[in-house]
Design a protein around this ligand. Structure first.
Ligand SMILES: NC(=O)C1=CN([C@@H]2O[C@H](COP(=O)(O)OP(=O)(O)OC[C@H]3O[C@@H](n4cnc5c(N)ncnc54)[C@H](O)[C@@H]3O)[C@@H](O)[C@H]2O)C=CC1
Ligand SMILES: O=C(O)CCC(=O)C(=O)O
Length: 443
């Protein structure tokens, strides 16, 4: 790698000590962007485009005080990373998890910059959340936490400034409590959050969008290579929003889905999940082991799904959940396609192994962009004061995912004809943001 690459990465490391996830995400992008700009757009180096794109425009950190049902007082830390507004208002989800810290939120906000650009919609990038553990909390506790969180966040966001949405631990219920509190404080019914319920200015298909979009991308990627999902065996990790709708869509496309998981373990159903079985998984409230009490299946405590032979692997849980060992096992077992529903689920080493093989690999910033894309469509509907039908939104989602695929092919085609989707997503996402940043001057 060039001297510029080395000095750029050394500088990011020095300026962001103890932020391994952020550094991982930056390195992965810089490996493709540095050679690209060196050859095609050297002015980006003088303009310090990369140095600017890795520096959040603003980070807000705040205290959240709330009371549990036993009247005990708790203090959590909340954040909003307002990463890049070159293309539109900051846009990206909120995560509630004990694993939330600045490294994680900055990597997510950084990835969001490229992902949101790839959607073709006017969306900047941000990410936020809190080190709050929603597991085991009552509905009232969740409501009080969300109200306290929004009491501070409300002064930093707005429909044309920053539009948060859900992510791990934040679904329609949390968005409802956050929205209610924002409205109460601002006396303003506005599209300040996406992922709202369809009865209160939300978009149809937003809950489904990330999982469905992932499968539209996979379908297109396989089609590009003369294949389809029909009859393929699919291993999925996670059992939350993205995993559930990815599984539903995979099944409807004729695939057999054999696993779901959470941080405690994996359910392996060799017969394949049906819609009814997936609804049962949803009702288990994290106790996946109980699945085997109703259906013939195996529960593997503490294990991940990647040990089971599959054609397609869809990591849909969290970052760095698929490591080098998992990647080798998938390849040895004949897996031919890995597409990321989660953000950065493959470790750096796993990506290297996958890239050295000739299987199809779709990075999250391209393959899971369907969620934020439909959030963008929700913003459009809110501005227009309209609600589009589910069919219309689904049609637009499919087209956006196919366009993202084609952008990856355009920028990722190697000299030997093979497509490097990671390179395509990185460069395809970068060019638009870089052009906007150049046009907007030294800000
Ligand atoms: N919800 C959305 O629209 C989008 C989500 N994503 C990404 O998809 C991933 C999943 O998000 P959601 O499904 O929305 O969250 P969720 O909260 O609905 O589900 C997360 C699932 O992952 C499991 N999980 C969490 N940590 C784990 C670990 N260490 N090991 C194994 N399983 C673990 C949880 O038990 C849960 O089943 C995240 O990486 C998120 O950033 C990406 C794009 C959009
Ligand atoms: O819909 C949104 O704004 C959030 C999507 C998101 O957080 C993501 O793409 O990772």
């Amino acid at each position: 790698m060039s001297n510029y690459f080395k000095s750029f990465i050394d500088d990011v490391k020095a300026r962001n000590p103890d932020q391994p996830e952020f550094l991982q995400a930056v390195k992965e992008v810089a490996e493709d962007i540095v050679p690209y700009i060196t050859e095609n757009a050297p002015e980006c180096i003088d303009l310090k485009l990369l140095e600017r794109i890795v520096e959040p425009e603003r980070i807000i950190s705040f205290r959240i005080v709330w009371q549990d049902d036993g009247n005990n007082v708790h203090v959590n830390r909340g954040y909003r990373v307002q990463m890049n507004s070159a293309l539109g208002p900051y846009k990206g989800g909120l995560r509630f998890s004990t694993a939330v810290n600045l490294s994680v939120l900055k990597f997510l906000a950084f990835e969001q910059t490229f992902k949101n650009s790839l959607t073709g919609l006017p969306l900047g990038a941000g990410k936020g959340g809190a080190d709050f553990d929603p597991k085991g909390k009552s509905d009232n506790e969740i409501m009080r936490f969300c109200q306290s969180f929004m009491t501070e966040l409300s002064r930093h966001i707005g429909a044309e400034t920053d539009v948060p949405a859900g992510d791990i631990g934040v679904g329609e219920r949390e968005i409802g409590y956050l929205f209610g509190q924002y409205k109460r404080l601002q006396n303003n019914f506005t599209g300040v959050l996406t992922g709202k319920g369809p009865a209160w200015a939300g978009s149809f298909i937003r809950p489904e969008a990330t999982g469905f979009g992932l499968l539209y991308f996979v379908e297109r990627m396989l089609y590009e290579h003369g294949e389809s999902l029909k009859g393929k065996t699919v291993a999925i990790s996670g059992a939350g929003n993205v995993a559930y709708y990815a599984a539903l869509k995979a099944i409807s496309m004729g695939a057999k889905v054999i696993t779901v998981s959470n941080s405690n373990g994996t359910v392996y159903d060799a017969n394949g999940f049906s819609l009814e079985k997936l609804d049962f998984v949803n009702s288990l409230n994290r106790n996946l082991q109980a699945y085997t009490e109703r259906y013939a299946a195996e529960y593997h405590a503490g294990k991940k799904p990647w040990q089971f032979p599959c054609d397609v692997a869809l990591p849909c849980a969290t970052q760095n959940e698929l490591d080098e060992h998992d990647a080798r096992q998938l390849l040895e077992n004949g897996c031919t396609c890995i597409a990321e529903g989660a953000n950065m689920p493959c470790t750096d080493d796993a990506v290297k192994i996958i890239q050295q093989s000739n299987i199809y690999y779709a990075p999250g910033k391209a393959a899971n962009a369907g969620g934020v894309a439909v959030s963008g469509l929700e913003m459009s509907q809110n501005r227009l004061g309209q609600q589009w039908s589910a069919d219309k939104v689904d049609g637009k989602l499919k087209k956006i995912m196919h366009d993202i695929h084609d952008t990856c092919v355009h920028y990722g085609r190697n000299k030997n004809g093979a497509v490097n989707y990671l390179k395509g997503a990185n460069i395809g996402g970068f060019v638009k943001v870089a052009a906007a940043m150049k046009a907007q001057g030294l800000v």
